[in-house]
Design a protein around this ligand. Structure first.
Ligand SMILES: [Zn+2]
Ligand SMILES: [Zn+2]
Length: 240
């Protein structure tokens, strides 16, 4: 195999891994942006791999020809972004704040779409002693934000990594409800001009500018509400 020429195609490596079904290496790529291994980042990798095969997609170029509509903002989404190349920044990732670990991929070229919804709920009984231990450590470290001793933190990482990679060998039916769906119409991302805020001097997208005493100002300088995506989902920030 020749050296990878990233200038020619930044996704050459991922495209090759997808073609060969190198799931562990794909999870490794997702880990690069996600920062850790966990079951949901692995589910995102699997969802993308399965969807691409069902739709006959070999790659995406981040030009909105392939769209991923996610219904949550958890670890699942990073597996999807890394492997599919549909990201928040290239507008090929659409986020619906529905709180479901689910994704719909749309291929605009064929007008086909497939939705995958994770079966895992976290409500089922732990599978074994390690699963129980991993959940307890998760509750302490993440839910209750306790500071774990280094040995326990290391153990959690070890258990999570094991769980994450084990997802890759599970049958599709155990992981997801998979269904071909009618693709919904999503407009291509519009390109807006920028205007300069007369108060702070920064440039802002014109649809986010306000008029104040006849002059354009940005949302912040206007003191207006705006929307924010954070851990709890999409929510308004401001006076409301
Ligand atoms: Zn994670
Ligand atoms: Zn301003």
């Amino acid at each position: 195999m020749g050296a990878i020429d990233r200038k020619k195609d930044p996704r050459e490596e991922i495209k090759g891994l997808l073609a060969k079904g190198e799931l562990e290496k794909l999870l490794g790529k997702a880990g690069e942006i996600h920062g850790h291994y966990c079951s949901h980042v692995a589910l995102g990798v699997m969802a993308t791999y399965i969807a691409f095969r069902k739709l006959g997609i070999t790659d995406s170029t981040g030009m909105e020809e392939i769209l991923a509509i996610v219904e949550c903002n958890n670890c699942f989404v990073d597996g999807i972004q890394a492997v599919s190349g549909c990201t928040l920044g290239n507008n090929a990732l659409i986020y619906k704040d529905l709180g479901k670990t689910a994704v719909t991929f749309i291929d605009r070229k064929t007008n086909k779409a497939v939705r995958l919804a994770a079966k895992y709920s976290g409500r089922d009984e732990p599978k074994d002693a390690e699963d129980r231990e991993a959940r307890e450590l998760f509750d302490r470290a993440v839910k209750r934000r306790e500071k774990l001793e280094p040995r326990q933190a290391e153990r959690m990482k070890e258990l999570w990594t094991k769980m994450s990679f084990s997802v890759l060998s599970q049958p599709e039916d155990d992981l997801f409800h998979v269904k071909f769906v009618e693709p919904e119409t999503i407009a291509y991302a519009p390109i807006f001009d920028s205007v300069q805020c007369s108060s702070c001097g920064e440039n802002a997208m014109e649809t986010r500018a306000r008029m104040k005493e006849g002059k354009a100002v940005c949302v912040k300088c206007a003191g207006d509400d705006y929307w924010m995506v954070a851990g709890r989902g999409i929510h308004p920030v401001g006076k409301r």
